[in-house]
Design a protein around this ligand. Structure first.
Ligand code: FO1
Length: 445
């Protein structure tokens, strides 16, 4: 079985040449269930060499040791697994625009395959590499169940407008992955990565330390199985209850590409767990893929300029409203607000790199209410989310921030101070949904 051609998009006009097929792994950091690597394997066939490279940059925006530790441990597992399949792995360092073409030249590459990613850092890297390479740079969407470039060629208005487009294509794209066939023989003289040295030489912000979640492809599969077996049946009724332990907790694995969303969709679709199944597929496919659609088509995905017109107008009209409380980013960061619930959610994120999805909305909306301006609020939400959440710097994070602060993919609601007609949330609403005091008591003090 071949990678569906609708997942494939050529980023330059160069003609394919003889030589090695190089897969530049970036967003999809896994061996199995990876359409990009499968496509590279397919192009290599039996006659060409196949190589995989990852380019490590130590100044990835907003990232800290928490993220690098999780990512590097996952990549170590990738290298070990590739060795068993006789596929060499190269860990490059520095600017990918220089490093990838240099490795392609050294390996005499005939084509380079890479992962679809709508974020501007990656788009800039890919554009730079595409312009430099004398051979094709081929993008494969191994992230979205329905390829983002296919599902829509414009920014979708809301879940209700992308949903029918996704459902129409689901039958075709909800397909099982083929296994990755080993290469016929071991690669010629290839040294393995000195991971201890890589870690020692890494110059990153180490003020935010690693967390307990086990990284890597194997751990991600166990996490998926555990969710399907023991929590999916509660998902439909209890997913908005942070005390109920009913959510999937897979987002860090998706963010680092250690698990394919399509694998999760197939596992859930085959589970026979009726209601939970439909609710989870709505979140996993429709809502998550709406985020890639937004970031792909809106260059302002992390600023108020990306918000709908009605929301920008209403927030502007309420710019000078008195705030009930006013905090700086440092006070928010240190969990020093008057609200025990808000502080508990912030502490959960600081300590564990995770915050329950329902609380993420409440947390961000209160930052809007208690900041000097909507611009400052959005910047605080994004900065703290990127710095502490293991799944920060992801299209889902930017969309979540804009949804909460500036009405993205939402509609106008009853007008209130500060929020204007952006949807409001408060602690009483939380108290109706879950046992707020139990949640606070369960968080690090
Ligand atoms: N991608 C890379 O190709 N090289 C990196 O060095 C790298 C670092 C990194 C650190 C934190 C983080 O959250 C993501 C990082 N990514 C890196 C990108 C990641 O794989 C994702 O592609 C995007 O963040 C999501 O679109």
């Amino acid at each position: 079985m071949r990678t569906n051609t609708m997942r494939i998009h050529c980023l330059n006009k160069a003609a394919m040449a003889d030589g090695t097929i190089l897969y530049w792994m970036s967003r999809e950091q896994r061996i199995h269930d990876n359409w990009g690597l499968l496509h590279a394997r397919e192009l290599a066939g039996e006659d060409r060499q196949l190589a995989v490279a990852f380019c490590l940059v130590d100044d990835y925006p907003g990232a800290t040791l928490r993220h690098y530790d999780f990512m590097l441990r996952g990549l170590e597992e990738v290298e070990r697994g590739l060795m068993e399949l006789h596929i060499p792995f190269f860990l490059l360092k520095g600017d990918p625009v220089l490093a990838i073409p240099a490795l392609a030249a050294e390996l005499n590459a005939g084509a380079v395959i890479t992962d679809f990613d709508p974020l501007r850092v990656k788009q800039a890297w890919q554009q730079g590499v595409a312009e430099t390479l004398p051979v094709p740079l081929i993008e494969v969407d191994g992230h979205n169940v329905i390829p983002a470039r296919l599902v829509s060629d414009k920014q979708e208005y809301a879940a209700r407008t992308i949903r029918p487009k996704i459902h129409r294509l689901s039958q075709e794209f909800l397909e099982e992955f083929p296994p990755l066939a080993p290469m016929p023989g071991p690669p010629a003289q290839h040294s393995v990565t000195a991971w201890a040295t890589v870690r020692r030489d890494l110059i990153v912000d180490d003020s935010v330390g690693p967390v307990g979640l086990e990284p890597g492809e194997a751990a991600a599969h166990i996490a998926l199985d555990t969710f399907v077996q023991s929590r999916l049946h509660r998902y439909s009724d209890r997913r908005n209850d942070p005390v109920a332990d009913a959510t999937s907790r897979l987002s860090a694995y998706f963010h680092f590409g250690q698990l394919a969303p399509l694998r999760a969709a197939l596992a859930v679709a085959a589970s026979g767990k009726g209601e939970g199944q439909a609710a989870y597929l709505e979140e996993l496919v429709v809502r998550r893929e709406l985020s890639d659609n937004f970031c792909l088509h809106n260059p302002h995905y992390d600023s108020l300029d990306g918000a709908p017109e009605w929301a920008r107008k209403t927030l502007d009209e309420h710019r000078d409203d008195p705030r009930p409380y006013l905090y700086s980013i440092e006070e928010f960061e240190a969990a020093r607000t008057h609200s025990a619930l808000w502080n508990a959610a912030q502490r959960q994120m600081l300590e564990t790199g995770y915050m329950h999805g329902y609380l993420r909305m409440f947390w961000a909306k209160k930052i809007l209410e208690w900041s000097a301006s909507p611009e400052e609020a959005l910047a605080t939400v994004i900065r703290l989310n990127d710095r502490y959440q293991l799944d920060g710097r992801d299209p889902n994070g930017y969309v979540g921030a804009l949804w909460s602060v500036a009405g993205l993919h939402d509609r106008p609601w009853k007008t209130r101070p500060v929020y204007g007609s952006v949807r409001y949330m408060n602690e009483n609403g939380c108290r109706r949904k879950f046992k707020v005091d139990d949640y606070i008591a369960s968080q690090p003090g």
